[in-house]
Design a protein around this ligand. Structure first.
Ligand SMILES: *Cc1c(COP(=O)(O)O)cnc(C)c1O
Length: 393
């Protein structure tokens, strides 16, 4: 194969041609500021309202609860920092999980420096939040629970409805980082008892630099970006009109195609898993096999370095990842893989492959052949593997 095979959809995705086409006029002839009095700008207000409706519909809510931001990271920062500031009179305690994205984890660390207390609840060996630990962590001073909908590294889907119920039984606000789950899984914010939800367009074939935070009516959340009166005075800054249009187009398509996309990705995922299990020894699948995003596969290959595997896959035209894109390049193993109990040396040999709807069976077969070849080659150069084989003869 001489074209690139892209298997890193959890890191980012290509904007669809329909998305780019919908955005283009808003860079050129329809560039007016939505806050203007004249028609060329003011018309864009209506266009934004429509986009907000499309997105609100996808979550079973109403448009006034959707606030556009510059992406998932900003939404997570806003949800955490501005809520705990707003509820500081009630308490100073936050509960989250040990496997959150850094946009949540590093924000929690920042809040700890500012005097807030954070409990990081463990997950089990499959990456599922320990609900008994969550319940035990609740204090009279707990003001916020933040648990991601689905994990970006191992794809595990959390029991969000149960977590939301627990939060609400105790009068605690519930935020979820749904950047990986949004438009991959059906989500209804009322049914799941979600008070705040973060999402980002570039993970679902939309443009980069645009996201939203869903905020349930009545949640006291301070404004985070100060300035003009945009987003009902809660998020200042001239609206990213092309981004908003592109985001809503991507959501419209992703919602309409969710079922067939899921079926296709599931079939490819299971083909990938079963062939690797059958053809490559000393491998484990990280994360719950079934309770996971349809497009996520995460393996650990014993006796190899994930980085070397990635470089050789790249030379074969395959884009993959060893964990989250933000941690690759550092030598620390992923905090998620350590949290599910993997020893350092096993965590180091991990590979994340995340599928998209354009991937084909033929590509998957090529990728499995390459993985098999590269893993054999790398093990052939490993003194540890040599020792292991000698001992087990
Ligand atoms: C990608 C990602 C983010 C960050 O979103 P950006 O739009 O890139 O800022 C946050 N959380 C999760 C789970 C992600 O996968």
């Amino acid at each position: 194969m001489n074209k690139t095979i892209y298997l890193d959809h959890a890191a980012t995705t290509a904007a669809r041609p329909e998305v780019v086409e919908a955005m283009l006029p808003y860079f050129t002839e329809k560039y007016g500021n939505p806050s203007s009095i004249y028609d060329m700008g003011a018309k864009n207000k209506g266009v934004i309202t429509q986009a907000r409706e499309t997105i609100a519909d996808s979550l079973g809510t109403t448009p006034e609860n959707i606030y556009f931001t510059a992406g998932g990271t900003e939404s997570d920062n806003w949800a955490l920092i501005a809520t705990v500031e707003g509820y500081a009179g009630k308490g100073n305690h936050i509960i989250t999980s040990s496997i959150e994205h850094h946009a949540v984890l590093h924000t929690c660390q920042y809040l700890e420096k500012r005097g807030f207390e954070v409990t990081y609840v463990d997950v089990d060996e499959n990456g599922i939040l320990r609900l008994d630990q969550l319940k035990a962590a609740i204090r009279p001073t707990t003001i916020l629970i933040s648990v991601m909908f689905a994990n970006n590294e191992i794809g595990t889907i959390q029991p969000i409805k149960e977590i939301g119920e627990i939060a609400h039984e105790h009068g605690i606000l519930f935020h979820t980082d749904a950047v990986q789950a949004y438009c991959q899984l059906p989500i209804n914010v009322d049914e799941y008892h979600i008070d705040m939800l973060s999402a980002s367009a570039h993970k679902l074939n939309g443009p980069k630099g645009i996201g939203f935070l869903y905020i349930r009516k009545g949640v006291k959340i301070r404004s985070f970006i100060h300035g003009g009166a945009q987003e009902r005075k809660r998020r200042a800054g001239t609206e990213n009109v092309p981004g908003i249009i592109g985001f809503s187009k991507a959501v419209e398509i992703a919602q309409a195609t969710m079922k067939e996309r899921t079926e296709k990705e599931l079939a490819l995922r299971e083909r990938l898993i079963s062939r690797i299990y059958k053809e490559v020894p000393y491998v484990r699948l990280n994360g719950d096999h079934w309770n996971r995003l349809p497009n996520n596969v995460n393996f650990s290959f014993q006796f190899i370095e994930g980085e070397s595997l990635l470089i050789m896959l790249d030379m074969a035209g395959i884009c993959a990842s060893s964990g989250s894109a933000c941690t690759s390049g550092s030598l620390d193993p992923s905090h998620v893989l350590l949290a599910i109990g993997l020893p350092h040396e096993i965590a180091h040999g991990s590979l994340r492959l995340t599928l998209g709807e354009d991937n084909t069976e033929e590509e998957i077969d090529y990728v499995v052949d390459k993985i098999k070849e590269i893993v054999e080659h790398l093990r052939g150069m490993s003194p540890l593997y040599e020792d292991f084989i000698k001992k087990n003869k």
